[in-house]
Design a protein around this ligand. Sequence first.
Ligand code: HEM
Length: 381
Amino acid sequence: MLPRYYAFLEAEARILAEAVIQDPSQLSNLIKLKIGTILIRIFYGYYVKTDNDPFLILIRASLNIFSSTAVSGVWLVDSIPFLKHLPTWLPGNGSLATAKRWRDVTWKAVWAPYAWSKRSFESGTVALPNTCAMALDIMDGELPAELEEQLVWATGTMTAGGLETSIIGTLNFFLAMMLNPVVQAKAKQEIDSVVGRDRLPTISDKSSLPYVRSVVTEVLRLNPPIPLGAAHALSRDDIYEGMHLPKGSIVLANILHMLHDPEVFAHPMNFDPDRFRNLDSEMQKVTNVVFGFGRRQCPGKSLAENTVFAIAATVLATCEILPNVDKDGRDIIPSVVYSSGMFRFPSRFECNIRLRSDKGNDLLTQSIDEVPGISPVQSSV
Ligand code: HEM
């Protein structure tokens, strides 16, 4: 990921920290909004301010569709491609009508923010840098139709690919910190001794904060956002442990199982960042798996790692993440279950997020005011 976006990510992490301290009950909504803001700003130069932003709503709608369609084995037409040639009114062939409806939403979700970005680029009002503007700039504002379509789908799939996954990673970070106070304290201690308490951690501090990196890695290991990866089809016949797999077979990588393999990760259900012994070579056993494989490996890996790291380091430096307490002062530990489907979301949970110190508050407020280039730009969709 390009360092030119570091300051923006850090600023957004600080805005999030300030917002969750003010209203911890809105944690999930604030994270969803913040991740949407980050992605849409980076790819289109458009700054999302509220949950009911039209682009955010459209992209979320297309993602809901994607998570339904991407689950392998659900659609008969995937196994019997001939069905796509039959009329949609035939009994049992309704999936094609659904596909048409969904196609329209998806098409709009990728073209609408691009059209806005292009118009704003032309009028000189778009927030820079952003991916669309950079591509348009290189081509003096005019992309050949084929290239334009590639840009539209590339930015559309990157935005969609990053949204749910980064939201899940961030939610799981807060959950893990509430459930593991000893780990939380140790991560804070590392930040205090490396960064000090006179400034906030930045992405450039990442290499000096191996324990915070381990925490982020352990969050992704214990609860990978995409437990079965994306469906791949074999481009040629293959043999796996004596089984013949013909060309075209759909193959799913069981990422969750690999990351819970006790032969690789001792006591896999324990949240234990120390298992990596602060070594990147150990953390790679997770990052080489959780982002998928081969040439289809997640292209947003670096942005994802930096986003979750920026949020984790900022929140650890400035907040205490605690369970709520009942009327007798006992901790309320939520029992969280995970959704099934393409994306593995934790169920809604509550926690208490407090300011760590007044100094942290001052640093948050100051740095939010100081960072340039995050001013909102209005939508016209
Ligand atoms: C913690 C966060 C994330 C995790 C765990 C994650 C994980 C994955 C996984 C497992 C795949 C499937 C790879 C395969 O087919 O083998 C994938 C694909 C993809 N990811 Fe991510 N991802 C994350 C964040 C992001 C971000 C931030 C972006 C964009 C900025 C992104 C964009 C994509 C795209 C476009 C694909 C499809 C690639 C293709 O099929 O060729 N992801 N991701």
